[in-house]
Ligand binder design. Structure first.
Ligand code: DX5
Ligand code: ZN
Length: 219
């Protein structure tokens, strides 16, 4: 069976106990730590930035997956790499088309992996030209900005679209899905070809995170 990875989103963690929330996630079966950055402009919410990332980096060895929901990723990507990001994912909708490839190259030059994300109303075809250069494609299955929303089923066709192109053209990118992921929606995403499942409220509200993470993987 195909290997599936889980990326807990700390947006739903208990911030007064952040170290405790994060330090056991690896033993509980997670592979990535999903770090949602919001600027109050690209989305209607403000979260956290590079300083919080720096603190977190000291208490986990998980791969740090930074999801930039910000209007100007070009201005800030380096701050996140310097403070421990392993993957920088930015939004297609935040960029002029001609700026995307240069930014992918800049991030790669700093030694980080690059993801490109699309919001629920963006057609997957719009990012087709960038697929050969990407390490990750992030399909948003909710409108970005808040945790705890309901999964939007139109994301399933998008996952299928990317998986098909990836096979046909032998691309190497991973497919990540983010928003409303639980034990039921995760199965549908895995069936369509998703590799990484981001999950916030389902994991952090669970009585047993180990069980929640293993259910997400379909184990
Ligand atoms: C939403 C964020 C998500 C969010 C997911 O804008 O990108 O990563 O934390 O939360 P859940 O799993 O609760 O939908
Ligand atoms: Zn996210």
């Amino acid at each position: 069976m195909k290997k599936v990875f889980v990326a807990p989103s700390i947006l739903s963690a208990d911030f007064k106990n952040l170290e405790k929330e994060i330090s056991s996630l690896k033993e509980e079966g997670a592979s990535y730590l999903h770090f949602d950055v919001m600027d109050g402009h690209f989305v209607n919410n403000i979260s956290f930035g590079p300083y919080v990332l720096k603190c977190i980096k000291n208490v986990t060895s998980l791969i740090i997956d930074v999801h930039l929901m910000i209007s100007d990723p070009k201005k800030y990507y380096l701050e996140f790499i310097k403070n421990g990001a392993n993957i920088i994912t930015f939004h297609y909708e935040a960029m002029k088309k001609e700026e995307i490839l240069p930014l992918i190259e800049l991030i790669h030059k700093e030694g980080a992996k690059v993801g490109l994300s699309i919001k629920p109303n963006t057609a997957p075809k719009e990012i087709e030209d960038f697929l050969p250069y990407l390490d990750l494609v992030l399909v948003m299955s909710v409108e970005p900005g808040f945790g705890g929303q309901e999964f939007m089923t139109n994301s399933l066709n998008k996952i299928e679209f990317f998986d098909k192109i990836r096979t046909e053209d032998s691309y190497h990118f991973l497919i990540e899905v983010d928003g409303g992921i639980n034990d039921i929606t995760s199965r549908k995403c895995i069936e369509k070809g998703a590799d990484i499942l981001v999950s916030g409220s389902y994991i952090f509200k669970a009585e047993s995170r180990m069980k929640a993470i293993s259910l997400l993987k379909g184990e």
